[in-house]
Design a protein. Structure first.
Length: 202
């Protein structure tokens, strides 16, 4: 592999527009970028934990009150659960990227599974938001029929599943091609170019 080495440039006179970077400047820049990335990772983890806690509170409030049991609130609960899964997987990936020291087969399989959940939750959250908007549109356009349907528990469940099942299935289908991609990587080893095939874990 090529090694990144800071380039020392000679100082120019006062009439030159070239900027001189020495080794000390390069090390300071690397240290600053490291501190910045570490700080952002800590902020992401804190926000993810806070978001999950708020989602749990919202789910508890919507699911315990009998008067709030309707299709709209059921979709909101599903959205909160999906968003919580997204935040948990994103937080794990941030921790794994910044602090991972264990490298074995089990961890690689687990990380791959977490990335799969992350992609599914990301897409399902977007689709669920669109589904909730559609449900509200139907309720406002046909208020009498919507109110009549909400009086039956079975009708509420069927209407809820009509949104939930297509959203989850579509999200999973769209994620499958992401894990069937490959990329070619060329590496220089011992002054000889070797070609390796690696899976793309994006």
């Amino acid at each position: 592999m090529y090694e990144l080495v800071p380039k020392l440039t000679a100082k120019k006179d006062n009439h030159s527009n070239l900027i001189c970077y020495d080794e000390e400047d390069f090390e300071s820049m690397v240290e600053f970028l490291f501190i910045l990335s570490t700080t952002m990772q800590h902020i992401i983890i804190v926000l993810a934990i806070l978001g999950v806690l708020l989602n749990v509170v919202a789910v508890y409030v919507l699911s315990t009150k009998e008067s709030m049991k309707n299709t709209f609130n059921s979709l909101l609960i599903s959205l909160y659960c999906i968003d919580s899964m997204f935040l948990l997987t994103y937080g794990y990936l941030s921790i794994d990227l910044g602090y991972s020291v264990i490298d074995n087969t089990i961890k690689a399989i687990f990380s791959r599974f977490i990335k799969l959940l992350y992609s599914v939750a990301f897409k399902a959250s977007i689709f669920m938001t669109v589904g909730i908007s559609h449900e509200r549109y139907i309720a406002m356009r046909h208020p009498l029929r919507h109110r009549a349907l909400m009086t039956s528990g079975k009708a509420r469940r069927i209407r809820f599943l009509k949104y939930l099942i297509p959203i989850i299935v579509t999200a999973i289908i769209l994620v499958i091609p992401e894990y069937m991609e490959f990329e070619f990587v060329w590496e220089l080893k011992n002054e000889t170019t070797t070609q390796g095939l690696h899976h793309n874990y994006r």
